[in-house]
Design a protein around this ligand. Structure first.
Ligand SMILES: C[S@@+](CC[C@H](N)C(=O)[O-])C[C@H]1O[C@@H](n2cnc3c(N)ncnc32)[C@H](O)[C@@H]1O
Length: 390
């Protein structure tokens, strides 16, 4: 447990999920910089305050007395904020996705943005928030300096209005934007594009929103016939697209299952609300069956075991994330693999694509016993493992 001592108070915070020997704190120098700024000039009483992309709740906890609007896409992030609020005896907050801002019943007076690393995400976010701002709104962004590029400032300037940056402090920087009511801003997201007969809908904050990721392409190019991946007999095959992003892998599986005449139920699972919305839209754009029908289920969730019942899935396919909150790590991949092992039926398979250097092979062997290499290149490897039947 770490203690954050800032001008707004002293708070106990923990990264969630809690891990033994966690070397990283639950906040960064950009959070500290923001909290110092609000220590000197706090939001006025009664001001409506919105916090976007608070990683583990440092900002929400410190500014809880203003009942901030929490705008965050990550299911894990939402859980972390609620746990850290509870840890400090503070009541829960209701999080919103940036796709749900229509629910706001008053304009935002103070907007605090932890700046996402992709400009596509930032532009999509600011474009959606802009209608909820007014000329008197205070707009502050923050990030580590290396992520505040000229293009970041240009993005704020083109979506909000005149923008300046602060001096760097502890390698973090603040961005101050002034709302220009006369600016003409056109929404550029979501976009859709075609790949191999599939229509993929993408939000700016989704994974690889402008084209197919090279790892995903490697997986799709080398995917064995779906009938070879299913141990299944009888009832609809339970198939999981884990970390579904825009739904590209699930849509390809659905098409292959149709072609093979196999009844199925496909589960799209993703930590990001943007991904779940994009997968639903891609499904609707590509297929004729409606979202909400029996063939497809959406799960906005960061633990597969919370989405799909144990010992029920016939196949899990995943291209795991390897950037966690700007840290390159394999914690998420590990929990995806262990959860997949729990939800698979005996004989059920997991198919995983990854960069060779991530050594997913060794992790899968530890969890599943045996692992096969389906395909490999100088950069990627496509692996499959089978859960032992009891
Ligand atoms: C490398 S992308 C793959 C996206 C898509 N399947 C593709 O291949 O284009 C990884 C996805 O995993 C999601 N993700 C991250 N952590 C997750 C978790 N704990 N559970 C489920 N999805 C997660 C991310 O939001 C992202 O959409």
């Amino acid at each position: 447990m770490d203690v954050l001592d800032c001008p707004l108070g002293t708070f106990e915070l923990e990264r969630v999920p809690v891990r033994p020997r966690q070397p990283l704190r639950a906040w960064d120098a950009a959070d500290e910089y923001l909290l110092e700024a609000f220590g000197t000039t706090p939001p006025a009483d009664g001001a409506s305050v919105a916090i976007v992309n608070d990683s583990f709740g440092a900002l929400a906890v410190a500014l809880r007395s203003h009942t901030p609007i929490l705008i965050t896409e990550s299911a894990a992030g939402r859980e972390a904020v609620q746990q850290n609020l509870a840890r400090n005896d503070l009541g829960p907050l209701t999080p919103l996705s940036m796709l749900e801002l229509g629910a706001l019943d008053r304009p935002i007076d103070v907007l605090i943005v932890k700046i996402p690393k992709s400009n596509a995400h930032l532009a999509d976010l600011l474009g959606r928030i802009r209608p909820h701002l007014h000329p008197g709104s205070t707009i502050i962004g923050a990030a580590m300096s290396k992520h505040v590029r000229t293009s970041t400032i240009e993005c704020f300037a083109s979506m909000i209005g005149p923008t300046t940056t602060s001096l760097a402090r502890k390698k973090a920087r603040l961005v101050h934007a002034t709302f220009d009511p006369d600016l003409t801003v056109e929404a550029s997201w979501p976009v859709d594009w075609e790949y191999d007969g599939l229509t993929l809908v993408n939000h700016g904050g989704g994974f690889s929103p402008e084209s197919v990721d090279v790892g995903t392409r490697f997986l799709l190019d080398n995917l064995p016939p779906v009938a070879d991946l299913l141990a299944h007999t009888g009832a609809p095959a339970q198939v999981v697209d884990l970390g579904c992003g825009n739904g590209i892998i699930g849509l390809r599986l659905a098409r292959d299952l149709d072609t093979s005449g196999i009844d199925f139920q496909l589960h799209f699972v993703d930590d990001s609300a943007l991904a779940i919305d994009a997968a639903a839209r891609s499904w609707e754009a590509t297929r004729t069956t409606a979202v909400g029908g029996d063939e497809m289920r959406l799960h906005h969730c960061h633990r597969l075991v919370k989405a799909v019942a144990k010992n029920t899935a016939d196949l899990v396919v995943v291209n795991p994330p390897f950037h966690d909150d700007r840290v390159i790590g394999d914690d998420t991949a590990w929990s995806m693999f262990t959860d997949a092992h729990s939800v698979l039926v005996g004989g059920g398979q997991i198919v995983v694509v990854g960069n060779r250097h991530l050594a997913y092979h060794a992790k899968l062997r530890k969890i599943f016993g045996e692992v096969d290499t389906i395909a490999s290149s100088s950069k990627f490897v496509l692996l499959r493992a089978r859960k032992r039947a009891k």
